[in-house]
Unconditional design. Sequence first.
Length: 222
Amino acid sequence: MAHKDLHEMLRSLRVWSPEVTQLRPFDPDTAPPTPLLLFTSWFAQAVEAGQPEPHTMSLATTDEEGRPDVRIVMLHGADGEGWSFATHATSRKGRALSAHPHAALAFYWPVLGRQVRVRGPVTSAPCEESQADLHARSTGALAAALTGRQSEQLASVEELRRASQAAWEKARANPAEPSPTWTLYRLRPEVVEFFQGDAERRHVRLEYRRTGFGWSRGLLWP
């Protein structure tokens, strides 16, 4: 069966269909004084609304040559120290963060027509904390970490199968098996933007900026 033309498909698609999206009113004057409080509230509402995988986010970095890159990763936590995620220090994003320790995050929850964007410097947690974070996760997460060699060239799918099988066996045999390059990173937010979509395109954009005295808040044109 012939595929539709890409541009034809794009023109046929709709954003925020009422059948799947509930655009809720958002009064920025009622927003809490810190972005973490609002993020926690919006995250809980996304979960309650049935947003699939609300804890996934886009992570944008800059590599050693100054070129941007982006990928989807999982949020490991958000607290007073920052938004956290993890990867191998030897991976592409690990090397990029070593060269340029700043990053940006973007969450998109289409069931509510919401986005959250976070930017700031990134630091790595101590080894003990990184390993504790890994071992608090699933056996599959440990097996994936133990497979290692993330972002390196792969000769074949069979090579991956063998390495993964050995890693799964090791993870099941020893749930505390260390993965030395696995690193927990924290992004300390300097700017956090909350975007609430509106059916009339009067989208609300509330931006928090870190100052020497706490957080300032302001609106942005959509």
